[in-house]
Design a protein around this ligand. Structure first.
Ligand SMILES: Nc1ncnc2c1ncn2[C@@H]1O[C@H](COP(=O)(O)OP(=O)(O)OP(=O)(O)O)[C@@H](O)[C@H]1O
Length: 259
């Protein structure tokens, strides 16, 4: 049987200032799954997600990607297999949309070629194809990234994440900086792009309704511990209370619920 795309085994994380962010978290994400991480602010979602490409290091436990232990030695080849989508897009505002999309090839090209803007023609063709598939107009390609709307910038972020045909996409609150009205469009885009390419998605969210709509599976953290693991249908009132406590999640403007 295939190894899971991502395995977290007994993960603990204590930051240098003593903050205990994660405690004994074990989770297998099978290949092709759209797995959403829920939990109140400070629950440890970002810390766990960032461990999958070693942007954060566990103080206890193991991270295994497609059957291989993630270590300083294996990090480079494994990072080529992983795309990342950020909450605040993380684009270089003064660079063109095309250049931003092509920076997604950095793990393969290396920083020197990317900084010099030396992109092979095949990558330029691929960037155009990806831009079209995320709904960007060809006229956008030469525009500065910071001249685009937030929703358009996140489309650039999604195209960039798929540049190296990743097996895994990590999406860290990808709609938190966006107008709630376009959050569904952006999540649908991530899900559909991943589905077409057979990629696994681990995505942290604050909005329960969006999690229910898009997730194959929902996993939740509270105070750094796993407190829920089930299908969207299993995320009932009791589960929500276990995740967010008596006060419950905070309502947000879209009519959905946020932590
Ligand atoms: N670099 C750091 N140094 C010290 N503590 C940190 C650091 N990064 C995160 N933390 C702490 O670790 C805990 C988990 O943080 P994390 O960002 O993973 O939570 P989260 O669930 O993603 O929160 P949010 O939804 O607000 O983004 C919090 O208490 C946070 O303050």
């Amino acid at each position: 049987m295939d190894a899971p795309a991502i395995s977290f085994r007994k993960i603990g994380k204590r930051y240098p200032d003593g903050t205990r962010a994660l405690d004994d978290v074990s989770l297998d994400v099978p290949r092709g799954q759209f797995c959403v991480l829920l939990g109140p602010s400070g629950a440890g979602k970002s810390t766990l997600l960032r461990m999958a490409n070693r942007l954060a290091e566990p103080t206890e436990g193991r991270v295994i990607i497609e059957g291989r232990d993630l270590t300083p030695r294996t990090m480079k080849p494994i990072r080529r297999r992983i795309g990342m989508i950020h909450q605040s897009f993380n684009l270089v505002g003064r660079l063109s949309v095309a250049a931003n999309i092509m920076t997604g090839a950095l793990p393969a090209l290396g920083p020197a070629r990317v900084l010099a803007g030396l992109f092979p023609d095949a990558l330029k063709t691929k960037a155009c194809m990806l831009a079209a598939s995320v709904g960007l107009d060809p006229a956008h390609m030469s525009r500065r990234a910071d001249s685009l709307s937030g929703g358009q910038q996140q489309r650039v972020g999604i195209a960039r994440a798929f540049m190296l045909d990743p097996a895994i996409v990590l999406a860290d609150e990808p709609v938190a900086s966006l107008d709630p009205r376009i959050s569904s469009d952006i999540l649908a885009l991530i899900r559909d792009q991943a589905r077409v390419r057979g990629a696994t998605v681990l995505c942290s969210l604050h909005q329960i309704e969006l999690a229910r709509t898009f997730a194959d599976r929902i996993v939740a953290l509270r105070h750094g511990r796993l407190v829920f693991d089930g299908t969207p249908a299993e995320l009932d009132r009791n589960a929500i209370r276990a995740i967010y406590g008596e006060a419950g999640p905070v309502p947000i403007a879209s009519g959905g619920l946020a932590a």
